[in-house]
Design a protein around this ligand. Structure first.
Ligand SMILES: Nc1ncnc2c1ncn2[C@@H]1O[C@H](COP(=O)(O)OP(=O)(O)OP(=O)(O)O)[C@@H](O)[C@H]1O
Ligand SMILES: O=P(O)(O)OC[C@H]1O[C@H](OP(=O)(O)OP(=O)(O)O)[C@H](O)[C@@H]1O
Ligand SMILES: O=C(O)c1cccnc1
Length: 473
């Protein structure tokens, strides 16, 4: 299966139950009911104090192209779907509206991040696609943002493609760049999303030559402006760095400059310090040190705490797989049908869903940093009294805070409302918004929990609806 084949199956990029439910809605004439769904998640990944919202532009692209072609219809025919429903699917397109936070926004558990308003059948049929795209890209953008924060201004390159869960790396590398990586090794995504691609060299390249110096020399002959020598194939200190210095000197004689060396094993703090000294002593102060080998945000922080003079980190497995979390728990929940509020009950107050169409306001503290978010009904233009979702004793007055609307209409009648944003623009949004997030939410150990409150009206409606449901048992 190649990815262009995947695209032409867009309507089938779903869970089977979406299609069976859709056929029931259609048969029972319920499909044209209007529905509102919210996308939100309950827990930040990686014990992080924040999540980066990523994947919106990809989602809009897919929604604009969401269709059932003849081969999809034939497949569904073979699975027993009925002719009248299949005729409906042949003409199917998403005609609803999507309100959303901007891609690259810093978002928090239990607040709606995106709202879909559409016919019930349309809103239902895009669920799996929406969750698949937003959950994965947000996971990887969040992981990368953490890695980049740990790197404290040093470059981070995404090396993950080979260790990704299959084709996931296509969108994963996009999310990595949005999360703050400076480059990716992933050429396919580079072309697809116009990402900066870069790389060094593999051990096999060095091994293919009789000796290491010959390998370095060959590479620098062909790429005199862009050589980063991998120095750990045999012995980083006794062989690799000696040969790299030799080649760097030969390059200098030709008026060229060795960009860097890469360490991929051993004690990276110890070795980078030794290598830095050897390079400096050889008057090669501009040659950069790149390291890789199962890195993540914690190892990078540790290496820098140890004083390792590293200029760039290559991060693969842990970044592209979102280790150790594997998934963002984002969900898509119905909040109204034909204007009637709906909610899902739970014994756990945190898991109650919020009824009706909602939006989110961000409150700013006096120093212009994020203070907290408030979930409101769409008819509420500003936040006043803000209440804790489950602890009635906790509330505050939002009147004194600067407030910012986080939701925008991004799809209207099935089409994008504004020009598509580039990866570069979205990456800048992440950077800028992270600067506005106070440090206590960005630290790795026990980050301070960000406030997400409800408007008094929303909380009242939720509690009333809950009591109404419960009185029927
Ligand atoms: N100074 C350091 N402090 C903390 N972690 C480090 C340090 N140096 C390396 N690491 C990390 O420790 C792990 C090293 O693993 P390990 O010793 O199994 O691999 P290796 O050095 O690649 O060994 P091999 O020589 O077998 O390839 C990697 O994740 C690496 O990034
Ligand atoms: O450790 P990660 O964070 O996943 O980063 C990617 C790894 O992939 C490469 O190793 P690999 O052994 O696959 O190939 P190589 O022979 O080129 O080193 C590279 O050298 C890194 O070690
Ligand atoms: O360019 C590199 O050095 C690279 C690319 C992918 C995986 N590991 C390393």
């Amino acid at each position: 299966m190649n990815t262009s084949q995947l695209k032409s199956f867009s309507g089938l990029y779903t869970d089977f139950y979406q299609l069976t439910m859709a056929q029931v809605y259609f048969k029972k004439q319920k499909h044209l009911a209007t529905a509102t769904f919210d996308y939100f998640f309950r827990k930040n990944p990686f014990e992080s104090g924040f999540t980066v919202f990523c994947g919106l532009e990809d989602l809009i692209d897919e929604i604009e192209n969401f269709q059932f072609d003849e081969s999809a219809i034939e497949f569904l025919q073979n699975h027993g779907f009925e002719e009248d429903f299949l005729s409906f699917l042949r003409k199917f397109e998403f005609t609803g509206s999507i309100y959303s936070m901007q891609e690259g926004e810093i978002v928090f558990p239990n607040e709606p991040v995106l709202r879909v308003e559409a016919n019930l059948i349309e809103a239902q049929l895009i669920e799996t696609l929406l969750l698949n795209i937003l959950n994965y890209e947000s996971l990887i953008a969040t992981k990368t943002a953490r890695v980049v924060l740990a790197a404290k201004g040093r470059a981070v390159s995404d090396f993950g493609m080979r260790r990704a869960q299959g084709l996931g790396s296509i969108h994963g590398s996009r999310a990595a760049i949005i999360g703050g990586a400076s480059s990716t090794s992933n050429v396919y995504s580079g072309k697809l999303f116009n990402l900066p691609v870069a790389g060094t060299m593999a051990h096999s390249f060095i091994q293919s030559y009789e000796d290491e110096h010959e390998a370095f020399k060959a590479y620098s002959d062909v790429f005199p402006e862009n050589s980063i020598m991998l120095i750990d194939t045999y012995d980083s200190l006794k062989s690799g760095i000696q040969n790299a210095i030799k080649v760097a000197r030969e390059m200098q004689l030709r008026g060229q400059h060795l960009v860097g060396i890469r360490l991929d094993s051993g004690d990276l703090a110890y070795l980078s310090k030794k290598v830095r000294k050897m390079l400096d002593d050889a008057d090669l102060k501009n040659v950069k040190i790149v390291v890789s080998n199962q890195l993540d945000e914690h190892l990078i922080k540790s290496l820098l705490d140890q004083g390792a003079p590293i200029d760039m980190f290559g991060v693969g497995t842990n970044l592209i797989t979102g280790k150790p979390n594997a998934a963002l728990d984002g969900v898509y929940k119905l909040s109204s049908v034909d204007g009637q509020n709906r909610m899902k009950l739970s014994d756990n107050a945190e898991k109650l869903t919020l009824p009706g169409a909602k939006h989110v306001m961000r409150l700013y503290s006096e120093d212009n940093l994020f203070y907290g978010d408030v979930v409101l009904k769409t008819e509420e233009p500003a936040a006043f009294k803000v209440v804790h979702p489950s602890d009635p004793s906790k509330h505050f007055d939002a009147g004194n805070f600067r407030q910012e609307h986080l939701f925008q209409l991004v799809v209207k009648n099935g089409s994008r409302t504004a020009e598509k944003k580039s990866v570069r623009e979205i990456k800048q949004t992440v950077q800028y918004r992270l600067e506005q997030l106070p440090d206590e939410h960005k630290r790795f150990e026990n980050p301070h929990v960000y406030k997400v409150g409800l408007s008094e009206k929303l909380k009242r409606e939720r509690d009333q609806l809950k009591s109404r449901y419960e009185s029927q048992f």
